[in-house]
Design a protein around this ligand. Structure first.
Ligand SMILES: [Zn+2]
Length: 237
């Protein structure tokens, strides 16, 4: 597990881990959330403790988080322009962002032996055509037909690990493209060796597949509970 920054009750710290005065950062993120998603009613006071927030509110927040990313990115650019001295540390901390590949899925098949064969990833069942996003920054090293994976995207992350997204109905990136965590990669589908529309997510470290569930949990993403670090950081401290 990585060291948590502090028990500072700032719900938004986990997403960007910016080593700046937390109050100002908090205000900035809340502002972009207002701009991006209009979650006025879900401001700072609505977030005392993720565990006491009802699942439907959490779901709204998750959606708000996704839809506010563009606004957040724009705000970050403005930040950079006005505070050049912070650019380096910000660039480094942005690489700490890990996200769920999509929301509202059914966690179907875990990593492990299935029908006498190793299932090298996890299957997240979602309606055909549901957009899925990059769980982390990286370079697209594959975008197209990939045997049993069907239409697939592979993203290599700066730490050398790779994420494979399989069974897409369509891929929406190109090989060689740089992506940020949260950028759309493709649409959920049923291509290759799939059993209905689903996203097959696979993580390779040193070229070998491993169970993405504990590995992503170490990075603040609980793929079974569908929770990202932004909501669980304090609880996990
Ligand atoms: Zn699978």
């Amino acid at each position: 597990m990585r060291q948590r920054l502090s028990s500072e009750p700032d719900r938004y710290r986990g997403r960007r881990r910016v080593p700046t005065p937390p109050r100002s950062r908090y205000a900035a993120v809340v502002t972009t959330a207002f701009v991006g998603a209009g979650i006025v009613a879900l401001g700072a006071n609505a977030l005392p403790d993720a565990k006491s927030v009802s699942p439907s509110v959490l779901d709204q927040l998750k959606q708000a988080s996704v839809t506010s990313q563009d606004a957040s990115a724009r705000a970050d650019s403005a930040d950079r322009a006005s505070r050049d001295s912070r650019t380096d540390s910000k660039a480094a901390t942005e690489q700490d962002v890990w996200l769920l590949p999509l929301h509202g899925y059914e966690f179907n098949t875990p990593y492990g032996v299935r029908w006498g064969k190793l299932h090298t990833g996890i299957d997240l069942v979602a309606p055909e055509g549901t957009p899925y996003i990059a769980i982390h920054d990286g370079t697209v090293t594959k975008a197209g037909w990939f045997g049993g994976y069907g239409y697939a995207v592979i993203v290599q992350h700066p730490d050398g690990s790779e994420a494979i997204y399989g069974h897409s109905s369509e891929v929406t990136v190109q090989e060689g493209q740089q992506v940020k965590a949260g950028d759309q990669l493709g649409l959920v589908g049923n291509t290759g060796h799939a059993y209905g529309p689903q996203l097959h997510l696979e993580v390779h470290v040193n070229g070998q597949p491993l169970d993405p569930v504990p590995w992503l949990k170490d990075r603040g993403v609980d793929i079974q509970l569908q929770i990202e670090a932004i909501y669980s950081d304090v609880a996990a401290s």
